[in-house]
Design a protein around this ligand. Structure first.
Ligand SMILES: *Cc1c(COP(=O)(O)O)cnc(C)c1O
Length: 377
């Protein structure tokens, strides 16, 4: 069946890498797409639509408050701007560049990552603590001594079960407790930390962080252009104050009524996902791959856990036996198939990630690997 991608001449991909933004994150449900189409049919007041969606999402996720932003990065950016506003008690547009530049945001060096450029854009001073390794892990006294009357907030990058965050930071609960004592908001970047669904309220309601940002377009399966900020009204009211459609820095990060309808529906559905059934299906897919090849084949698969960013789901890791056969070469051959398969090489290894594929796609990918194995024998 011919579709919009065929009309545009854009290659369609079976994505077994994961919820990567470069290939569109995740796939929206028919219900969420339907909600977007319905929202597009009528005009509404954006502020009224935002208020309704924010209230419902806060309720669904057991949080005090919620703000929808143009992606998780914008969520973090607006949260840090909210921290500055909270400190000065006014919208960012009324705070001078000099005052912003003197405002300090604390980050552990182990948590610096390509998504935190928003801090630079905002113009705050980033105070880095510790090292991205385990030889001198930040302790409570180091954080205590870094907090002063210019500190406006702390940005934390958590990881569940490992993932790609190096050691070196003070642990999250201790960080939150110390910041709380000094009335400093902690903002958590948990963009890719789903599942488990309980993370939607764990960092904020259970641990006491002021805000947490999730990507709407990753596991939540909302519009790729959305971010979900959850947390305490005390900070989120300032996030809203600087947010679209108010004039100021948030005005250039607009989220339309269609996306608001789409992410609301996606969050509602996410709260109903059967997490055990999903894990069982992922395990079934992984075992299809691990049982298909053996030591006498050109390669075999083994179960790897946890997933790429530490999410509690397994994936299948390709182990190559044949001399001269390389992960990069296989990745390119998968991509060049008539029905193209997108996967990524991570630290030298190719994976099949059940995160973003259907059973039909898993079977197709397995058939292609079987064909490659035959060609290599
Ligand atoms: C994906 C990701 C982001 C960015 O999320 P967007 O919704 O694409 O803006 C930020 N931080 C981390 C840790 C991520 O994995």
């Amino acid at each position: 069946m011919s579709d919009i991608y065929d009309e545009l001449g854009v290659k369609k991909l079976v994505n077994c890498a994961g919820t990567y933004t470069i290939v569109g994150g995740s796939r929206m449900s028919d219900e969420s797409l339907q909600a977007m189409a319905e929202a597009a049919h009528n005009h509404v007041t954006i502020r009224e639509m935002q208020a309704a969606v924010h209230r419902k999402i806060a309720e669904l996720t057991h949080n005090e408050d919620a703000v929808i932003t143009a992606g998780a990065i914008v969520g973090i950016y607006l949260c840090m701007a909210g921290c500055v506003s909270k400190k000065f008690g006014k919208p960012l547009k009324h705070i001078s560049k000099e005052e912003i530049a003197k405002s300090e945001v604390i980050m552990f060096r182990a948590h610096r990552n390509p998504y935190d450029r928003g801090l630079e854009l905002l113009g705050v001073k980033v105070v880095e603590l510790g090292y991205p390794n385990n030889i001198d892990i930040v302790d409570e006294a180091t954080l205590e001594n870094a907090i002063n009357d210019r500190t406006v907030g702390l940005l934390y990058l958590p990881t569940t079960n490992g993932g790609w965050v190096p050691p070196g930071a003070l642990e999250i609960q201790k960080t939150i407790d110390i910041c709380k004592k000094h009335n400093i908001p902690v903002v958590v970047d948990a963009a890719a930390q789903l599942p488990p669904r309980s993370n939607l309220w764990r960092f904020t309601e259970e641990m006491g962080a002021s805000a947490v940002a999730f990507s709407g377009g990753k596991d939540l399966r909302g519009p790729q252009t959305t971010g979900v900020v959850l947390g305490k009204t005390e900070l989120l009211r300032w996030v809203n104050e600087n947010n679209f459609p108010n004039y100021g820095i948030g005005r250039m990060h607009k989220v339309g009524r269609e996306e608001l309808a789409g992410i609301y529906t996606a969050v509602k559905q996410y709260m109903e996902v059967d997490e055990e059934a999903r894990l069982a299906e992922a395990e079934e897919m992984v075992s299809m791959f691990t049982s298909a090849f053996g030591p006498s084949d050109a390669f075999h698969f083994e179960r790897a856990y946890p997933n790429e960013a530490g999410q509690p789901l397994p994936r299948a890791k390709l182990i190559i036996h044949k001399d001269g056969l390389q992960a990069e070469g296989l990745r390119d051959r998968l991509y060049n198939k008539e029905r193209a398969i997108f996967s990524m090489v991570e630290n030298g290894f190719l994976y099949v990630n059940p995160y973003t594929i259907s059973m039909e796609e898993a079977n197709y990918i397995l058939d292609v690997y079987k064909e490659f194995n035959k060609e290599e024998m």
